[in-house]
Design a protein around this ligand. Structure first.
Ligand SMILES: Nc1ncnc2c1ncn2[C@@H]1O[C@H](COP(=O)(O)OP(=O)(O)OP(=O)(O)O)[C@@H](O)[C@H]1O
Ligand SMILES: [Mg+2]
Length: 221
């Protein structure tokens, strides 16, 4: 489903160039659940952004269902994301002017889902936020914002779900609820899960784990 060939990411920095990813090769099968682990700064979020077509590589390629992302312009990448991909950002990226329900509804409405409001409410309920529907992001705790971001990504029932530290701000019990929800989606809809995590419970629940070390996939745990 996703093939990564010698993927490189370089960024300009004050004293030259920083090679964040130094030739990543990876094969992800449909329905698989993959955990990407590694210390802070090892390039996990950068890799996730490239896999999801949110960022552009400096070399190499990501191929999703036979389509090389390097051949697509920004609009085509956005169309591919809308069609196949859900993303939970490390920083949540909720829209501050919209309340929880509206944040989850917006992408559903853009995608033309008929019962967007009911669907959004259903997923907010599944992450335990039915009593916070009309709260704005600034009126939600960090863990609550994270759960809104998760509900938003789940609600569109994507074929591939990318999540960057989805349990990072949650207590054990709430984290377990989210882990259950992730794998329920994986089982019932065949959703491919690609997760960045420091949470050992989540990593162990995945069918496969890879470790990023200084921009390389070195150890397969
Ligand atoms: N646009 C950029 N310009 C310069 N440096 C960058 C840029 N983006 C990321 N970096 C650097 O690249 C490295 C990898 O960043 P990335 O966000 O992928 O790490 P991470 O593994 O997700 O870390 P964390 O666990 O802390 O979230 C970091 O050292 C970061 O400072
Ligand atoms: Mg990160």
């Amino acid at each position: 489903m996703i093939t990564v060939n010698n993927l490189l990411k370089k960024v300009p920095v004050a004293d030259g160039e920083l090679e964040i990813l130094q030739g990543i090769n990876l094969d992800i099968k449909s329905g698989e659940s993959l955990a990407i682990v590694g210390v802070s700064g090892s390039g996990k979020s950068t890799l996730l952004g490239l896999l999801a077509g949110l960022d552009v590589a400096s070399g190499g390629d990501v191929v999703i269902d036979g389509v090389a992302l390097s051949t697509l312009d920004e609009d085509a990448r956005a169309a591919l994301r809308a069609q196949k991909v859900g993303f939970v950002f490390q920083s949540f990226q909720l829209l501050p002017a919209l309340n929880a329900l509206e944040n989850v509804m917006l992408p559903l409405e853009l995608a033309g889902v008929a019962n967007a409001s009911a669907r959004a409410e259903e997923y907010l309920e599944r992450v335990g936020l039915e009593y916070r529907l009309t709260h704005y992001p600034s009126q939600l705790s960090g863990g609550e914002q994270q759960r809104v971001a998760i509900a938003r990504a789940f609600a569109s029932r994507p074929r591939i779900l990318f999540a960057d530290e989805p349990t990072g701000n949650l207590d054990t019990a709430t984290g377990d609820t989210i882990i259950d929800l992730l794998f329920e989606l994986n089982r019932s809809e065949g959703t491919t899960l690609i997760l960045v995590t420091h949470d050992n419970r989540l990593a162990q629940a995945c069918s496969r784990r890879v470790q990023l070390v200084n921009g390389r996939l070195e150890t397969f745990l």
